[in-house]
Design a protein around this ligand. Structure first.
Ligand code: FES
Ligand code: FES
Length: 147
């Protein structure tokens, strides 16, 4: 099927099977490699993108379901974004594999007022795993961005 998706403010077209996952369209047809496939079953958050400003796991979302929405990947976030600057200031990363998803989820939490305290931030990050153990610095960064 022919797919038309709004991604980072532009329209991308792809000829794909209906069951193609959104992350595969983004990576293979749009060249957006920020969303990464790690678990592939919706558990780790490395494939997180925003769909109409809400974090979703692009590895388990069939791409046709994203038509008519606005998708944002980490490539669509400006470098001077407040959350990005806080991650930078707190050195909230090691390998960086999880960081695109962490930043996008963090932005959504801050935008919705769901980063009031460290406990709420911890809960909000429940679907985003970091193998390097950067959680404390990631929470520091989101906490500061929410202030
Ligand atoms: S790769 Fe999508 S949640 Fe893990
Ligand atoms: S910084 Fe390495 S997985 Fe999070």
């Amino acid at each position: 099927m022919n797919l038309a998706l709004r991604v980072n403010g532009r329209t991308i077209h792809a000829d794909v099977e209906p069951e193609t996952m959104l992350v595969d369209v983004l990576r293979e047809h749009a060249g957006l490699t920020g969303p990464r496939v790690t678990c592939g079953v919706g558990l780790c958050g490395t494939c997180t993108v925003l769909m109409d400003e809400q974090p979703v796991s692009a590895c388990i979302l069939m791409a046709p379901l994203a038509q008519g929405t606005e998708i944002t990947t980490i490539e669509g976030i400006p470098e001077d974004d407040a959350v990005v600057r806080c991650f930078d200031r707190h050195h909230a990363f090691q390998c960086g594999f999880c960081i695109p998803g962490m930043v996008l989820t963090g932005r959504a939490m801050v935008a919705e007022g769901h980063a009031a305290d460290r406990e709420e931030i911890r809960e909000g990050l429940g679907g985003n795993l970091c193998r390097c153990g950067c959680y404390l610095k990631i929470i520091d960064a989101i906490e500061e961005a929410a202030q």
